[in-house]
Write a protein that binds this ligand. Structure first.
Ligand code: KG4
Ligand code: ZN
Length: 332
């Protein structure tokens, strides 16, 4: 069996896959409640909690699947990008276990894992355009295979999820902001406020969300009697429009009629509806993992991990975790 471990941020994820690639089970421990009073993730708290939780979660996974630790024949773990303290917990644990069990260690990139999560539930043909939208990342990829992820563009400032979280903070809605904004937006007028759509008409496939957040801040200052539902609805639609139009632009540019949307923000209901609608209009297939696999989890690490296990793409005990994304922009 393959054991997969994810500890790049504030979620501890573990998963088991059998030798033939079938997904057995995953367990997830989220620290959201722990960080919520601070209005965002506190890295030092995150890594200490990872250390406390990870061994127990693995034991629980083995117990619930009636697996003996000696049945583990490979270990896949997220090496980056993410919070370095959190990453070190998973990577050190995986290295030690791989050394003790004398089984291969497999190095997984967090962004590639998010975009591979779709394969837990669906077979998508390569190549596809991958949009990763989470609290830490907003990036577009041309995915040719499990070994070939080409970065087409990324955010120049805030990630889309970060924009949701920051706007929620301005509105005193608590953390994480995405689900709360989404819920209030359902009751608002989406055309009430014309917030900017940053870089929408720009030919580059980059994003920018910090100006949009500032526009919301300015609106709230000028309009103290604002209607929170309208702010949420208008903001949500501005983010969705930029994400969808840019991704469709990439799909048309590379003549690839398949899009995979992944990451925490991919569970946004409005984004899903609008994406599917636009996809249908343009004869483009749009795929989303179910909400359970949009957020950080161990199962997505296992999908890529199994592939690398079978192609004998192993890491060394000297390999180190990395905090920043490893991708250089692909020249197109
Ligand atoms: O992928 P994720 O769980 O963690 C990483 O950042 O890697 O993403 C978390 C982000 C948060 O910023 C959260 O506000 C956002 O995803 N999010 C949403 C929704 N659910 C989570 N944003 C918009 N709408 C949602 N329904
Ligand atoms: Zn993530």
């Amino acid at each position: 069996m393959l054991l997969a471990i994810e500890t790049s941020c504030d979620e501890t994820g573990v998963a088991l896959f059998s030798e033939d690639g079938s997904f057995i089970k995953h367990l997830l421990y989220s620290q959201v409640a722990l960080h919520s009073p601070f209005g965002g993730i506190v890295p030092e708290i995150a890594s200490r909690k990872q250390l406390e939780v990870l061994p127990h979660l693995i034991n629980q996974l083995l117990k619930e699947t009636h697996t003996d630790i000696k049945q583990i024949k490979a270990i896949a773990v997220t090496f980056g990008p993410g919070l370095i303290g959190s990453l070190l917990v998973g990577v050190s644990f995986a290295k030690a276990l791989s050394w003790a069990l004398k089984v291969p260690l497999i190095k997984i990139d967090h962004l590639e894992a998010h975009l591979s999560a779709i394969f837990l539930e669906k077979e998508v043909k390569f190549p596809f355009i991958g949009l990763l939208v989470s609290g830490g990342h907003t990036a577009l990829f041309l995915v040719e295979s499990f070994e070939d992820f080409k970065l087409l563009g990324h955010t120049r400032d805030d990630a889309a999820g970060e924009a949701f979280d920051k706007v929620a903070k301005l509105l005193n809605l608590g953390y994480p902001g995405g689900p709360k904004i989404s819920e209030l937006a359902e009751k608002g007028n989406r055309k009430a406020i014309n917030f900017p759509r940053p870089l929408l008409e720009d030919p580059v496939l980059d994003f920018s969300f910090s100006g949009l957040k500032t526009a919301v801040l300015n609106y709230l200052k000028i309009n103290p009697d604002f209607k929170v539902e309208d702010v949420c609805a208008s903001f949500e639609d501005a983010v969705c429009e930029v994400l969808i139009k840019k991704t469709l632009k990439a799909s048309k540019k590379f003549k690839i009629p398949r899009i995979v949307v992944a990451g925490g923000v991919a569970s946004n209901k409005r984004l899903r509806e609008l994406f599917l609608e636009e996809g249908q209009k343009n004869s483009i297939e749009v795929y989303f993992p179910s909400a359970e696999f949009c957020t950080d989890n161990g199962a997505m690490v296992g999908v890529l991990g199994w592939y690398k296990w079978k192609s004998k793409n192993f890491a060394s005990l000297e390999d180190e975790p990395y905090a920043r994304a490893k991708f250089k922009k692909y020249k197109y």
